[in-house]
Design a protein around this ligand. Sequence first.
Ligand SMILES: Nc1c(NC[C@H](O)[C@H](O)[C@H](O)CO)[nH]c(=O)[nH]c1=O
Ligand SMILES: CC(=O)[C@@H](O)COP(=O)(O)O
Length: 154
Amino acid sequence: MQVIEAGLTAKGKKFAIVVARFNSFIVESLLDGAVDTLKRVGDVADQDITVVRIPGAFEMPLAVQKVAASGKYDAIIALGAVIRGGTPHFEYVAGECTKGLAQVMMQHSVPVAFGVLTVDSIEQAVERAGTKMGNKGGEAAMSALEMVNVLSQL
Ligand SMILES: Nc1c(NC[C@H](O)[C@H](O)[C@H](O)CO)[nH]c(=O)[nH]c1=O
Ligand SMILES: CC(=O)[C@@H](O)COP(=O)(O)O
C-alpha cells in the first residue's frame, strides 16, 4: 500500500487571500486566523502572502479566477461571511459564491480553500470567527497548506 500524505510547511510557496469586505467585522477575524496559520504552521513569509480585498461574496469567484489565472500563487484562500437575512438573497449569494469557487479550482487546477461562512445568524458567524467554534479562516489556511503539499506529490 502506498499512502500519499502531506505535511503543512510551505516555506517559499505563495498564497493569495481574497477577502470580502461585506460583514467585515467577522471577515477581518477570519483574515487574522488565516494569516496567523500560514505563518505559524506553514512557516510562510509575510512577503509571500498577498491580500486582495473585494466587495462581497458574490464577487468572489471572478476575483479568485483572476488571481488563479495570474499563475503567481500556489494556493488561494477565499474569506467571506454570508449571513442569512429575511429574503432569499442569502441562497443566491452563497450559492453562486460556492459554485463559482469550485469551478475556478477545477478550471485552473489550483487549490482554493473555502473560508466563506454561510450562516443563519450573526451569532453563528461570531462563533466561527475565532470564538467557540474555532476560526474558519485558520482552518481554510490549514487546508491550503495541506493541498499545496499534497499536490506537489501527485
Ligand atoms: N448579503 C451579503 C453580501 N451581499 C453583497 C454581494 O456579495 C455583492 O457584493 C453585492 O450584491 C454587489 O454585487 N455579500 C456578502 O459577502 N455577505 C452577505 O451576507
Ligand atoms: C445575504 C443575505 O441574506 C443578507 O445580507 C440579505 O438580507 P435580506 O435577505 O434581509 O435582504
